[in-house]
Design a protein around this ligand. Sequence first.
Ligand SMILES: Cc1cc2nc3c(=O)[nH]c(=O)nc-3n(C[C@H](O)[C@H](O)[C@H](O)COP(=O)(O)OP(=O)(O)OC[C@H]3O[C@@H](n4cnc5c(N)ncnc54)[C@H](O)[C@@H]3O)c2cc1C
Length: 437
Amino acid sequence: MNPTQSWGGMQGHESRQEPIFWQQDIHAILKRDQRFLAYGLGRSYGDSCLPSEGTALLLSPLNKLRSFDEKTGLISAEAGLSLAELLDFIVPLGWFVPVSPGTKYVTLGGAIANDIHGKNHHKRGTFGCHITEMELLRSNGETILCSPTREKELFAATVGGLGLTGVITWCTLQLIPIQSALVDSETIKTTGLDDFFALEDASAQDWEYSMSWIDCMAQGSRRGRGIFYRGNHAQTGRPAEEYAAQAKWKVSVPIQAPSWVLNKWSIRAFNEVYYQQQQSRVKKGRMPIDSFFYPLDKILHWNRFYGQRGLLQYQFVLSLDRRQELNQIFDIIAKSGMGSFLAVLKKFGDIRSPGMLSFPREGYTLTLDFQNQGQKSQSLFRQLDAIVLSAGGRLYPAKDAMMSPELFQNGYPLWREFSRYIDPKFTSLFWNRVSRG
Ligand SMILES: Cc1cc2nc3c(=O)[nH]c(=O)nc-3n(C[C@H](O)[C@H](O)[C@H](O)COP(=O)(O)OP(=O)(O)OC[C@H]3O[C@@H](n4cnc5c(N)ncnc54)[C@H](O)[C@@H]3O)c2cc1C
C-alpha cells in the first residue's frame, strides 16, 4: 500500500486505506477502526489532507449525483464528486460552480473542508457561502444535517474544518447560471504593485474574475511587475456546443524531474519570458472555460516537475493597509534567489467566510510555489512567517506544511472554539502540528 500523498509530495501515516463507494460502507469502517481522516483527491499541498494514524477514507469513488433542479441550479451530490465531473454535467446545461480553485481535480468534500476560494472572491466569497446543506457522519454513527440555519455551529466548524469534524457524505450547492462556455478575458501587463492595486480596485465592480501573476524575481524599479487577468462569462453563446468543442487534450509529466532543473537562473529566465511574451499592454480575447480557469490541469502530474523532494506552497493574506509588508516580502523572495514560477496575487473582498477556520478575509493574498530545499526553504519561510505574524496575517492550511503553532493560533483566533466540534476519532498530521502548546 502506497501511503496517501499530498500535492507537494508529503506522505500520510495511515496504516489502512479504505476506498468508499457507498455511504453505508463508511458505517462499518467507523465501527471497526479507531482513527480516521477523509481524503479527497489529495490536491492540498501540505499535510492537512494526511492522516497521522489509523484509516484514510478515500472518498473520491463516492461521487453520485443525488438531484438537480435545472430551473434553480440547486444541485445535490455525494461529497467525492470532483469539480471536473460536475462541470461535464452542468456546463452544457448552462450552469457553473460559484467558486472555482485553480484546478478542477478537487472533490466537493475537499472544497468544503478547506472552504476554498477562487478568482471571484470579491463577488462571491468562498465555496462554503454557496452550500445550502450537507450531511455530516460522525464516528459514533450519527448523521447530522447541517446548514447555515440548522446545526449552524457544526456547519461553521465543518466549512473550512479540515476534515476534522467527521465525514461529509453529501452536500447541496447553489450553482450560477452562464450563457456561454467561453470567458471574455483581458490580460494587462503591469509595471509594479501600484499598477496591480489600481487595476484590482478598478475591476471589482464590473469583472467577475481577477488576479495577477507576479514576476517575483524582479527587483528594484521592476519589483511587483506582472500580468493582470480579468474575465467575465460571455453573455451569449451555446454552452453545450462550445463545451463539446473545447480541446480535451492533456500531457503528463511521466517522471520526477532532476532537482537541478529548477534553479534561480531557470526560474528567472521563465519569469522574464513569461512577462515579455505579451507585447502590448492590453490583450483581449475569448477563452474556453478550461483555459481560463484551469491552465495547469492541461499538464497532468505537473508537480513532478519539482523533483523528488517535492514542492512547497506558501499562501498568506494580509489586510489592505499592509502594502508595505507585501513589498518587503517580494524583496525577501527576490533576494533569496528561491523565486517561484507561480506567484499569484489577488485581492479578497469583504464577504464574510462562513467557517470558523476559513482562510479568506479582506486583504491581499499571495500564493507562491517553491521547490522543497529543506533547510533553505525553512529559513526563507521563517523570515516570511515573522512578517505575516507581526502584520496580523495568516497562512492557508490547504497549502501549508511548516506553519508554527504560534502562527496558526494567532491567525485563527477561533481555533479553540473550533476544537470543541472535532470528532474525537479524527485527526491529521497538520492538526497534530499546529494545535500543540
Ligand atoms: C493546481 C492547484 C490549484 C489550486 N488552487 C486553489 C485556489 O485557487 N483556491 C483554493 O482555495 N485552493 C486551491 N487549491 C487547493 C485545493 O483547492 C484544496 O486543497 C482542496 O481542498 C483540495 O481538495 P481535495 O478533494 O483534493 O481534498 P484533499 O486535499 O484530499 O483534502 C483536503 C481536506 O478535505 C478533507 N476532506 C476531503 N473530503 C472530505 C469529506 N468528504 N468529508 C470531510 N472532509 C473531507 C480532508 O480531510 C482534508 O482536510 C489548489 C490546488 C492545486 C493543486
